[in-house]
Design a protein around this ligand. Structure first.
Ligand SMILES: CC(C)(COP(=O)(O)OP(=O)(O)OC[C@H]1O[C@@H](n2cnc3c(N)ncnc32)[C@H](O)[C@@H]1OP(=O)(O)O)[C@@H](O)C(=O)NCCC(=O)NCCS
Length: 197
């Protein structure tokens, strides 16, 4: 019962909240213009079965080893898993983020934005919202792996306070590549993490 109420509460919050990208929030002038990136308003909400097709298309164009659509289908029904999508007016689902947690630790399992919508704040908005939601559930730290060569993703995580704590050799295939293991302390209590570069 408690879980059901929690899920319903979350859905209400998710459907009520339009998210205007951080730098677009203050004034219309800050949306685009000379010397600034164009930010795109998107609605960040829980993924639904109807979103799965768009998510699978973004996934297959974003990764060399994409998740199977069945994986998304299964994750959107799991407890202790958050699957969010970014929904743009007149365009639909252009990105998603997936995180799951066990006790006080979470994993950011996936995040992607459709190629033509990248660089407009959508990845940051998805990540911020996932972090807020898992923090609210008492999760203390969130981990992720990212390809060494994925500079854009690494910049996104670094800007959100993730630190590198390890390197996993040959973690990825197609092409083979090491992974950075990053962690973010969500409650400012995990001072034992040691930064490595
Ligand atoms: C990583 C990804 C999700 C970021 O989404 P996005 O919508 O482009 O992200 P944002 O626009 O919020 O930008 C996030 C950060 O990326 C960097 N960035 C954005 N556009 C960039 C560009 N054109 N060139 C280099 N870095 C850029 C910036 O550091 C930016 O932070 P800032 O806005 O504080 O400066 C997106 O690039 C993507 O889908 N990549 C393919 C899938 C992937 O690699 N997922 C991560 C797996 S670990």
């Amino acid at each position: 019962m408690e879980d059901q109420e929690e899920v319903e509460g979350l859905m209400v919050r998710a459907t009520e909240r339009w998210m205007l990208m951080e730098r677009g929030k203050d004034s219309p002038e800050s949306l685009g213009g000379a010397g600034t990136r164009e930010f795109c308003p998107a609605w960040i909400r829980r993924a639904e079965p109807a979103d799965l097709g768009a998510m699978a298309r973004i996934e297959s164009r974003s990764f060399s080893n994409p998740w199977h659509p069945r994986t998304f289908r299964s994750l959107i029904t799991q407890e202790r898993t958050i699957v969010l999508v970014a929904d743009v007016p007149d365009d639909g689902v252009v990105g998603y983020a997936v995180s799951w947690w066990v006790l006080d630790q979470a994993e950011l399992g996936n995040i992607a934005v459709r190629e033509d919508r990248r660089g407009r704040g959508i990845g940051s908005a998805l990540l911020d919202r996932v972090l807020d939601e898992i923090r609210e559930r008492g999760v203390e730290s969130v981990f992720l792996e990212v390809r060494m060569s994925n500079a854009r993703a690494h910049a996104l995580y670094r800007a959100r306070g993730f630190i590198q704590i390890a390197v996993r050799a040959d973690y990825y295939r197609n092409p083979a590549e090491d992974a950075r293991v990053l962690v973010k302390d969500l409650q400012n209590i995990c001072s034992q993490f040691r930064i490595i570069r």
